[in-house]
Design a protein. Sequence first.
Length: 92
Amino acid sequence: MRLEAIISLIEEKPRTAKEIVFALDLDPKMEKEVYEMLKKASKVLKRRGKKLLVSPAVCKKCGFEFESINPSRCPRCKSEWIEPAKFFVSKD
Ligand SMILES: [Zn+2]
C-alpha cells in the first residue's frame, strides 16, 4: 500500500477508509492499515503546507456526530447505521 496513492485519492475528493480500501483494490481487512497510513499522510501533508481534515462519522438515524473515526454504534440511539468519517485535504 502506497502512501502517495492514498494522498492522491483524498486530494481528489473526500473518502472514507472503506472507499480507499476499495479504490486501491485492497483486502477489506486492510481497513485498519489504511487508518494507520492516514496518520502518516497527515504528517507528510503538513510538511507540504497542506492539511488532512476529517469530517466526523455521523449516525444516520439521529444525526449524532462521533469523535472516534471508526465507531460501531451510536451512544445516543444505539443505531449501527453510521456514515463513517471522511478524509480529505485542505490546500492551505
Ligand atoms: Zn444515533
